[in-house]
Ligand binder design. Structure first.
Ligand SMILES: Cc1ncc(COP(=O)(O)O)c(C=O)c1O
Length: 370
């Protein structure tokens, strides 16, 4: 396929994917196939570093043994993940990516009379699943600071007589955070029959003291479920591993909706990665932060505004319709995030390697100058 044909191919596949869930679009399952080899993919917030060497070694060591199910090792895996957060195994559920944790939470805690209440824009998977189930979705616009409006989330849950509030912190696609005082207020003010689902897929990318994990609230026995993933900073997206943390009775309700375990190869890679903590996270966070501040500085010097980022992606305000800009970037070999209405002028750019960001800067300059 030529570079000229790539936008057409993406559009065609996006049309197909639209019949699936929104995340199918966001995750770009469409990347498979014969796109130019040097295409720079800055669209799915992955970590370009990929697996750490210990994870690669651990996978290679068990590949010859996958003829067995290895169910007997799942407990050891669960315990290792729980231990990494100072939790008991009963407080943790492993999923095929954090997507599966989000999915089970929507299945368990939404109903025809119990909506999902979700900021907009945010990660669409929970809303997509609720809609597919025929359960109501209440979309709450972001505040003028592009953060979740916690007061309105609570008010909507109260008005509906309960529901599942989804909070992505840091938020995808805005890279903004809900600060700890607002998170505390949200937890304190959850209406009856309401569960709070906090998605912390990107929490490792920030050391902002205003950003706090909600795992502490889950440990206090609150109506809080926290979703985490190994897809982002750990660089293991293709292995499909995430986990949820909550009170044991909430975990049991989610667990009843799972029919499977993650592959033993994936489990070994995760355990090997956990063996590299804390250095693995500290160093990766530092490297991503360096790329992020480099991009922000470059944008600021050229007069582009962006939302202060806390994750491994940056939301740039182009001052013009992003739908006109994306195909031009793609045509020149850089695939950014898709549009995130209603933020029509914003372009989401995932952070790649320094070399990939160099290409992005060149191509972005060309397109914006045209
Ligand atoms: C906020 C957020 N949550 C969850 C996911 C799903 O990740 P995974 O299922 O790979 O853990 C993503 C993926 O992009 C995401 O952006």
């Amino acid at each position: 396929m030529t570079r000229r044909e790539l936008p057409l191919r993406l559009a065609a596949t996006a049309a197909l994917a639209a019949r699936w869930t929104e995340p199918a679009l966001a995750q770009r399952a469409l990347v498979a196939g014969d796109v130019p080899a040097d295409t720079v993919w800055l669209n799915a917030n992955e970590n370009p570093e990929g697996p750490c060497p210990a994870a690669l070694e651990a996978m290679a060591a068990v590949l010859g043994r996958v003829g067995r199910y290895h169910y007997q090792h799942q407990r050891e895996f669960l315990s290792a993940v729980a231990r990494s957060e100072g939790l008991e195994p009963e407080q943790v559920l492993i999923g095929a990516g954090s997507s599966e944790i989000l999915q089970t939470a929507v299945y368990a805690f939404t109903a025809p009379d119990r909506p999902l209440i979700s900021p907009e824009p945010t990660f669409e998977l929970p809303a997509g699943i609720a809609r597919a189930l025929g359960h109501p979705v209440i979309a709450v616009p972001l505040t003028e600071r592009y953060t979740a409006d916690v007061e309105r989330l609570v008010a909507e849950a109260g008005r509906a007589g309960g529901g599942l509030i989804y909070l992505c912190n840091p938020n995808n696609p805005t890279s903004t955070i809900t600060v700890k005082s607002e998170l505390a207020w949200l937890v304190e003010n959850l209406p009856p029959r309401t569960v709070l689902l906090v998605d912390e897929a990107y929490i490792h990318f920030s050391d902002d003291p205003e950003l706090e994990s909600a795992i502490g609230y889950a440990c206090q026995g609150r109506e809080v479920i926290v979703a985490r993933t190994f897809s982002k900073i750990y660089g293991l997206a293709g292995l499909r591993v995430g986990f949820g943390c909550a009170r044991p009775d909430l975990i049991a309700r989610l667990g009843a909706l799972r029919s499977n375990v993650v592959s033993w190869v994936s489990a070994r890679a995760v355990m090997a990665s956990l063996g590299q903590l804390p250095d693995l996270l500290v160093e990766r966070r530092r490297r991503v932060a360096a790329v992020r501040s480099g991009l922000c500085r470059w944008l600021a010097e050229r007069g582009f505004s962006y939302l202060e980022p806390h994750a491994n992606f940056v939301m740039i305000d182009l001052g013009r319709n992003v739908r006109e800009v994306i195909p031009e970037l793609v045509r020149r070999g850089v695939v950014p995030g898709r549009p995130f209405p209603p933020l029509r002028t914003f372009l989401r750019v995932s952070l790649g390697t320094p070399a990939e960001m160099e290409t992005f800067r060149r191509v972005f300059s060309e397109v914006m100058a045209a």
